[in-house]
Design a protein around this ligand. Sequence first.
Ligand code: HEM
Length: 167
Amino acid sequence: MTDAGGKMRLVCIPVNRDGASYAELISPGGASRLADEQFKLKEKQMSDSLYSRLGGYDGIAMFATTLVGKAQKDELLSRFWTDRGEDRIAREVQLLIDYLVKETGGQMYYTGRDMALSHQGMGITEADWTRFIEIVTSVAGELGVGPTEGGEVMAFLNGLKADIVTA
Ligand code: HEM
């Protein structure tokens, strides 16, 4: 842009992350309304989601922490966690939380590996899986997860079984 004297003049138009100018964002009926709608839609999807019905992040964190704690102490399953440092277990629990939050409809970017790769070579058997599901059921009961949500969790876990039970 040039000024009255014909010299070049820099004009700064603030631009948001998506490349829209703030002028556009605050214009009535413009992009701001669209962004609002999208935000409300995402909030609505989250509030109906299994994530939300399980108690959001805190509910899922409690569920995952209790589940892994019990599995580690279980007579049959404890062999999967022998000789592991506390930090390694804490990182695994955090990945489980992140995974469950993402898969149930929360806002999370899961940075772990997929289920087949994570459990490859561990030798998880049908009997291990049955015990794991028993623990899931008892933790869900302790935390007061309702029958509808419990059913949805079980259906979700069933879908993962073929990737995890390989022995
Ligand atoms: C009998 C059943 C299962 C056993 C014995 C088991 C055991 C384990 C163990 C020992 C690890 C740590 C691997 C490592 O440190 O490298 C792990 C990782 C993981 N497991 Fe499982 N698991 C079981 C089922 C499941 C299920 C049903 C889910 C999902 C709902 C799950 C999600 C994860 C995740 C997200 C990780 C971390 C992945 C990563 O390190 O990138 N596991 N599992």
